[in-house]
Design a protein around this ligand. Sequence first.
Ligand code: FES
Length: 237
Amino acid sequence: MKVTINHNEYEAEPGQTILQVAKQNGIYIPTICHSPHLSDVGSCRMCLVEMENNHKLVASCVTPVTDGMKILTDSKRVIEARKTVVDLLVSDHPLDCMTCEANGNCVLQDLAYEYGIKESTFGTKKLPRFEIKADNEFIQLDPDKCILCGKCVRTCKEIQMCNALDFVNRGFETKVSPPFDEDLGGKDSPCVFCGQCVEICPTGALTYIPSNGKGRYYEFKKTITTCPYCGVGCQLE
Ligand code: FES
């Protein structure tokens, strides 16, 4: 089938999403909650694009293409909508980038820079609202820095199959936490400290405790080494 993106025609396969077709043709669409390794939930709305025929905005990561579809990825309406998404996320986020572990490695920071959001026009929520969970040797969870994209929850469920993280509470009180808000390192916790949630977190909500305060992300060099957690001896980065 054929689809038109930004007035150029492209080939697409049935079942592909707008985001997939755009990506395979080198067209940039920003994303937060999407990962090619996980199921898509369309929760962050960062990947909004405009339908040329009726000017509706749709989330490109969860919208399948149809034959003859005409899409705009960088119209004024799209840019304004994405700016509002970033503005809203920043309104409920600590602005302590200079002392955050994820400084220089944060998708929200990158998007705020890209869309020129220095502070939120919606005002800023009083923070901190939640307690930091650092009850184990390996992983720290700071729910105030979480933007609820759910990538850690889906990674833990779909890839690691541990279900050690999930959403708790509702509305503004929603946060990611071990089920029943227990400790991540508690004796009943299914967490195996694989670190995949830290790797996929787009902000500083999940970080490695051993590296906290010891250097910026970009100052560390990753090397392949033997995983110490079980006896198998997997080589990991
Ligand atoms: Fe599409 Fe989040 S990336 S809704």
